[in-house]
Design a protein around this ligand. Structure first.
Ligand SMILES: Cc1cc2nc3c(=O)[nH]c(=O)nc-3n(C[C@H](O)[C@H](O)[C@H](O)COP(=O)(O)O)c2cc1C
Ligand code: SF4
Length: 456
């Protein structure tokens, strides 16, 4: 077997394979086993390409219907129903033959999110099979896997897996004797968070600057190279073979109504057993944190949780009973986002945590919209002086006044993403911000040195 470079920190991740009837593993099958990825293993152990063969015998529109029936919602962040998205792709007419594309979003830049890299590392064929099925359903001629630039070891593995699929007749010309041609290309990104936003991704794919486009037109109308395009997250596509194998209706029985299937949650922060957990949607957050992941790693109380990657507004203790599905997390004031659950114990300074997050958004803003470009920088500057004991009480109102001028007023959701954590931390942990200002010390970390404001 080719000796691929393995992820240097591979050993740091744990994989909770629940694999039972109660918690079926659909995406993380064989995860943790570095020999799981080749096609031979995928076929012999994981019913590999059974779903693709089944799909290729169905009418493309029936495949989309099956995915609609499953109710699966996109795992990339927004939770948009995948089958519905596929159905937006325009069909050929006698007068007009279209070139359609399918794109797998493997950029995974959201802090706290580390699931897609594991799915691709241990089950690259599952993603490829999902793309073949998606491409057949939408009658695409070409697919792209847009991979975050830093995932070099995954790119080699994906390319090898693509070659294996080609040799087995699942990619290339006249796939499985259907007369349909489909090819896949891996495209390496250049390491910008914003390139995970679907239209910035398309620009980057085309060799342009990775900046979001004005929508409409949406990618289904005018996407890659001006042609109809569907973009799905790695996990969404990896779920598709399972949906076809078990049938959409069976998949829909897992989880909760309108929040179906399993999802790969990544637990990090102050947690005893960090790692990836594939679980049905709708389990309570405190059950996941305590019963499954072992609770706090420091023995200190958990005071805050970011429930869906860095862009999700923070939960305080009273929301720890929230069911972890798209609708319940939204109703509790946050978002299920990319499935990254970050636990913060009571010794975490929320001013520092907030500054760290906002600094990320200020750095990653592409700068096209004034509210995002200027607003994120202003928030960072103000937070910086509060964190370093040089804030004023009026700064808290000033911060609160900035977010309504960003949220909903920008080209892409990155601006909103910066506002959610800022607003929620200020609202829920305001005394910590006030303490920094009035005492010039940190409420949780004691009289640590707050001076040295640096360049701000
Ligand atoms: C700033 C930003 C970064 C994003 N990064 C990613 C990413 O790394 N991976 C991803 O799948 N979606 C990401 N998204 C969401 C995508 O725009 C898009 O909604 C998603 O790829 C659609 O896939 P899904 O329908 O399967 O969820 C990001 C969105 C924004 C605004
Ligand atoms: S919201 Fe921010 S990241 Fe998104 S397009 Fe505008 S400036 Fe760029």
């Amino acid at each position: 077997m080719t000796n691929f470079r393995t992820k240097p920190d591979h050993q740091r991740y744990t994989f909770e394979g629940f694999g039972s009837d109660k918690y079926p593993n659909l995406m993380l099958r064989g995860a943790g086993d570095l020999n799981n990825w080749p096609m031979a293993v995928y076929i012999s152990k994981h019913e590999g390409y059974v779903a693709a063969k089944k799909a290729l015998q169905m009418e493309p529109v029936a495949v989309t219907e099956e995915v609609k029936t499953s109710g699966i919602r996109g795992r990339g962040g927004a939770g948009f129903p995948a089958g519905l998205k596929w159905s937006f792709m325009p069909k050929d007419t006698p007068e007009r033959k279209l070139t359609r594309y399918v794109v797998c979003n493997a950029d995974e830049g959201e802090p706290g999110t580390f699931k897609d890299r594991a799915i691709m590392e241990y089950n690259p064929h599952q993603v490829i099979e999902g793309m073949i099925i998606a491409a057949w359903a939408m009658q695409c001629k070409m697919g792209f896997i847009y991979v975050r630039g830093e995932f070099l070891w995954l790119i080699e593995k994906l390319e090898h897996a693509i070659q294996e699929a080609k040799e087995a007749g699942f990619l290339g010309k006249d796939i499985q004797g259907t007369g349909w041609d489909f090819d896949l290309l891996v495209h390496r990104g250049a390491g910008a968070y914003i390139c995970g936003e679907e239209t910035a991704l398309l620009n980057s794919l085309e060799g342009r600057r990775g900046e979001p486009r004005v929508k409409p037109p949406f990618p289904a109308v005018k996407g890659a190279f001006g042609q109809p395009t569907t973009i799905n997250n790695v996990e969404t596509l990896a779920a598709v073979p399972a949906i076809l194998r078990m049938g959409g209706a069976e998949f829909a029985k897992i989880g909760r109504p309108k929040n179906t299937g399993t999802r790969v949650f990544g637990l990090s922060g102050h947690v005893k057993r960090p790692g990836l957990y594939e679980l049905p949607l709708g389990l309570p957050l405190d059950f996941i944190m305590n019963d499954l992941a072992g609770g706090s790693s420091t023995g200190k109380k958990i005071k805050a949780v970011i429930p869906g990657g860095a862009s999700a507004p923070v939960f305080s203790e009273k929301e720890f009973g929230t069911l972890m599905d798209f609708d319940s997390v939204r109703d509790a004031g946050s978002m299920a986002g990319s499935g990254g659950i970050i636990m913060l114990d009571e010794d975490t300074c929320m001013v520092q945590a907030c500054l760290r997050l906002i600094r990320f958004y200020a750095h990653e803003s592409c700068g096209q919209c004034t509210p995002c470009r200027e607003g994120c920088n202003w928030m960072e500057m103000i937070l910086h002086r509060i964190e370093h004991g040089q804030g004023r009480m009026e700064d808290l109102d000033l911060l609160a006044s900035i977010t309504p001028n960003i949220a909903g007023k920008t080209l892409c959701p990155l601006g909103d993403a910066a506002c959610g954590p800022m607003d929620s931390m200020l609202q829920k942990f305001r005394p910590e911000f006030e303490h920094h200002i009035t005492h010039k010390t940190c409420m949780v970390k004691g009289p640590r040195l707050l001076a040295n404001v640096g360049g701000h």
